[in-house]
Design a protein around this ligand. Structure first.
Ligand code: HEC
Ligand code: HEC
Ligand code: HEC
Length: 139
């Protein structure tokens, strides 16, 4: 028996699937094959994302890693692709008005990652809810 090779093209397939499915996410509809896609929590701030939607959907992991390398290794601190920024715009509150962790089931990052079976460990160290400053409760 020849051992089978399973890995070829797997990641590329996920990204391609997301690129296609992303269009459906935005519209809140089902994929052409009828598979229900996750209903993403709506951003609470900002008229637009930090990148055009097809770009952020496909490449946010790369931006976050570059942002981390720049900050941690080179001491550069910009905010465009900041992880804290993602949380500030994409976190949500529960019915009692309390912030819900963005990595909790059904929340923005988690619903999409569950769909594509991606696990991230970022929130063991990074805050999973917005850093609440002034203006909280004023909305
Ligand atoms: C072991 C702890 C730890 C883990 C796990 C971790 N980070 Fe960080 N991260 C840090 C520290 C410490 C800094 C530098 C302090 C700061 O800027 O808040 C940092 C900074 C960053 C920054 C730049 C600051 C910002 O808010 O944008 C980004 C982006 C980032 N990390 C992304 C990630 C991502 C994405 C993951 C998961 C894949 C991750 N980190 C996992 C500890 C961690
Ligand atoms: C200024 C607020 C803001 C910031 C900061 C922000 N986003 Fe967004 N993002 C949005 C808005 C608005 C949309 C459009 C969809 C919506 O309204 O929920 C969006 C859409 C997205 C989408 C596409 C969702 C879909 O419908 O398929 C992804 C993925 C995403 N953002 C990830 C991120 C990540 C990762 C970060 C941090 C690097 C980030 N965003 C930072 C506001 C923001
Ligand atoms: C529209 C769907 C979608 C949303 C929303 C989303 N992601 Fe992702 N994310 C993905 C996909 C798909 C991958 C895997 C891509 C791959 O395997 O190369 C991924 C991978 C990642 C990775 C790299 C994981 C690894 O180990 O390689 C990080 C870090 C990440 N996402 C962070 C975030 C954060 C933080 C948020 C919320 C602010 C978020 N993502 C929201 C679809 C999404």
């Amino acid at each position: 028996m020849v051992p089978r090779r399973r890995h070829t093209g797997h990641r590329a397939a996920i990204v391609l699937m997301l690129a296609v499915a992303g269009i459906a996410f935005g519209a809140g509809v089902r994929a052409a094959d009828g598979v229900p896609l996750p209903a993403l929590v709506k951003a609470i701030r900002g008229a637009a994302c930090v990148e055009p939607l097809p770009v952020i959907r496909r490449e946010h992991m790369t931006f976050l890693m570059h942002q981390r390398d720049d900050t941690v290794h080179e001491g550069i601190r910009t905010t465009r692709h900041s992880l804290a920024g993602c949380i500030d715009c994409h976190a949500a509150k529960d019915a009692a008005g309390q912030w819900v962790r963005i990595d909790a089931p059904g929340q923005f990052c988690a619903s999409c990652h569950a769909y594509v079976s991606v696990k991230i460990d970022c929130f063991g160290c990074h805050a999973a809810v917005p850093a609440v400053a002034f203006g909280e409760g004023a909305e």
